[in-house]
Each structure stands twice: as structure tokens, then as C-alpha cells.
Design a binder for this molecule. Structure first.
Ligand code: ZN
Length: 79
């Protein structure tokens, strides 16, 4: 398993997510973001706003996604 934090994945806190694949960790972080969004957490609302701006450009978004995937792939497995 590899570990990335909410912040590393475009979020706003230091919560750690653990997964074997990038798709998996992206999914977990998305769920967490939705929970924080529903809780009305200001820091996460702001971070999500930034991501939404990014999503307006498919090219920027896919660049961001690929960079994060590389970051994830480059991490050491820590079970
Ligand atoms: Zn968070």
C-alpha cells in the first residue's frame, strides 16, 4: 500500500489515504472531499474551488492527474 495525504491530492488537510493503485486513492480522496464538503469545511471548500477551476481545462486537469499519478507511482510501498 502507498500513502498520500489529502493535501498532496489537492485537498486541504493532512489526513492520510492508503491504497494500492492511484485510481483507488483518487476515489478515497474524492469521498473524503465530499464528506468535508457536506460538513461545510471552509478549507476543503476552497481547495475544491481550485480543483473546479482546473477542471474547466481538460488539458490542465489531465496534466495535474498525470503528475499526481507519477508522484504516487514513485512512492515506496509501505504495506
Ligand atoms: Zn482533507
Amino acid at each position: 500500500m502507498k500513502t498520500m495525504t489529502c493535501k498532496q491530492l489537492g485537498g486541504a488537510c493532512d489526513k492520510e489515504f492508503h491504497a494500492n493503485t492511484f485510481e483507488e486513492i483518487a476515489e478515497i480522496s474524492k469521498k473524503h472531499a465530499m464528506e468535508m464538503y457536506q460538513a461545510g469545511d471552509q478549507a476543503h471548500l476552497k481547495a475544491m474551488g481550485v480543483m473546479q477551476e482546473l477542471m474547466k481545462s481538460p488539458e490542465l486537469m489531465s496534466n495535474w492527474f498525470e503528475n499526481k499519478r507519477k508522484e504516487f507511482e514513485g512512492l515506496t510501498d509501505n504495506d
